[in-house]
Design a protein around this ligand. Structure first.
Ligand code: HEM
Length: 377
């Protein structure tokens, strides 16, 4: 009786489920807007971070002139956008303003229902703990967003690539953790792949993909696509010669990454090589577990992994070649969002394994697809 009660409480209320799905859509939108903000060179247009008073945009010509005057003091204006008109400034202001407004909006859509559901006892203890972690993660992501912007208001006419990549990874982790919460809550009990090898292979693949996403963020932060917009070679070589010269491998070159072409060459080379590695390991992972038949939904997600991987690599190559004609905004955005969907397929599979592990009545499926009863833990 007590167990059924617990199970029932854990079973997700449909309003709560709808709210979590809305949250997921909003975070997806925020990451997309963030990508377009970067790709349109809009990220440094608002030079202050005013959480409350910055909610409204400039309303008068005078107010616009004031905002524009603040932007004219930035290195980006002096080095890249000197002579920009007010209407051009309004374009870049719009995207950064929308990115920040969407963050405020997400905060409201999250907080108010959260307090209501909590007060009405519609959230399990586990869900409350997870959602508190999610709020913390979102707060760190937003704060790091400002730390990143501030890094572009001093010397460089762009934000620091390491900080951009960290902000990107944090943004992804908010989406992925919310997805993990939702999948875990929707499927509290289930059939899961055997714990050991499948789980280990999945975690290894996930780690490599997260590393690739970090490299991707570095590519964007350094505008590395402009340096070698050719494929399959890098200006006629499969590896830029300077990477073979040890005198370039200095701490200075890693820290002051835009002083020489070394880091741009290294990051793009590694992003390419890691992509090819992901194809090999990803394909092997797909073939090895496509007969596991954990459940119809699990199998669909497993197939989606390999389809998205092929799309992502193709998009990457097209984005790279797109740099021959300037900043490829649409391709770059698509490449970023498919990366998010790609890693989501692995996080869903990982959540499945973890949920099967948690559930006392779950049924384990080992690698060859036969069902074995898991001993009660
Ligand atoms: C599994 C494979 C891949 C993954 C997961 C991946 C992921 C990413 C991510 C997350 C970004 C940052 C996007 C952003 O900040 O907006 C990025 C940027 C980039 N990637 Fe990939 N990538 C992959 C394969 C490739 C391949 C094969 C190429 C080309 C050979 C490539 C070329 C690029 C370029 C040029 C950028 C910079 C785009 C920009 O500045 O907006 N990627 N990648």
């Amino acid at each position: 009786m007590q167990q059924d009660m617990n199970e029932k409480q854990n079973r997700l209320n449909r309003y709560v489920r709808g709210w979590l799905i809305l949250g997921l859509v909003l975070v997806f939108g925020q990451i997309l807007i963030g990508g377009v903000t970067r790709l349109t060179g809009s990220g440094l247009s608002i030079t202050k971070w005013e959480i409350i008073t910055g909610t409204l945009p400039p309303m008068t010509t005078e107010a616009w002139e004031q905002e524009f005057a603040l932007y004219k003091e930035t290195p980006q204006y002096a080095l890249i956008n000197d002579g920009m008109s007010l209407s051009e400034f309004k374009f870049i202001y719009f995207w950064e303003y929308l990115h920040r407004l969407w963050a405020r909006w997400m905060g409201l859509v999250f907080l108010i229902p959260f307090l209501i559901f909590w007060r009405k006892g519609m959230l399990s203890g586990r869900l409350i703990r997870q959602l508190c972690i999610l709020v913390g993660l979102a707060a760190v992501t937003a704060s790091f967003g400002w730390i990143m912007v501030a890094s572009g208001l001093i010397e460089r006419p762009w934000v620091n690539a390491y900080k951009l990549s960290t902000h990107l990874l944090l943004g992804f982790s908010v989406f992925l953790y919310l997805l993990h919460i939702l999948v875990g809550a929707i499927w509290p009990h289930g059939v899961g792949p055997s714990r050991s090898k499948h789980h280990r292979n999945l975690v290894a693949l996930l780690s490599l993909l997260v590393f690739q996403i970090f490299l991707g963020g570095m590519m964007s932060g350094m505008k590395a696509g402009f340096a070698y917009p050719t494929w399959p070679d890098m200006h006629g070589a499969w590896m830029p010669a300077m990477l073979g010269d040890v005198s370039h491998w200095t701490v200075e070159n890693f820290v002051d990454y835009d002083e020489t072409g070394f880091m741009v060459a290294l990051v793009q080379f590694m992003h390419r090589i890691t992509a090819y590695l992901l194809i090999i390991i990803g394909l092997r992972y797909y073939i090895r577990y496509r007969t596991a038949h954990v459940s119809p939904w699990y199998d669909r997600i497993h197939t989606l992994w390999i389809i998205l991987l092929i799309i992502q690599v193709t998009l990457g190559i097209l984005t790279l070649l797109g740099f021959q004609r300037g900043m490829p905004v649409a391709l770059g955005s698509a490449h970023q969002m498919v990366a998010l969907l790609l890693v989501s397929t692995l996080v869903v599979q990982w959540t499945w394994i973890m949920e099967a592990r948690r559930s006392p009545r779950s049924v384990q499926v080992d690698e060859v697809g036969s069902v074995g009863q898991d001993t009660m833990r």
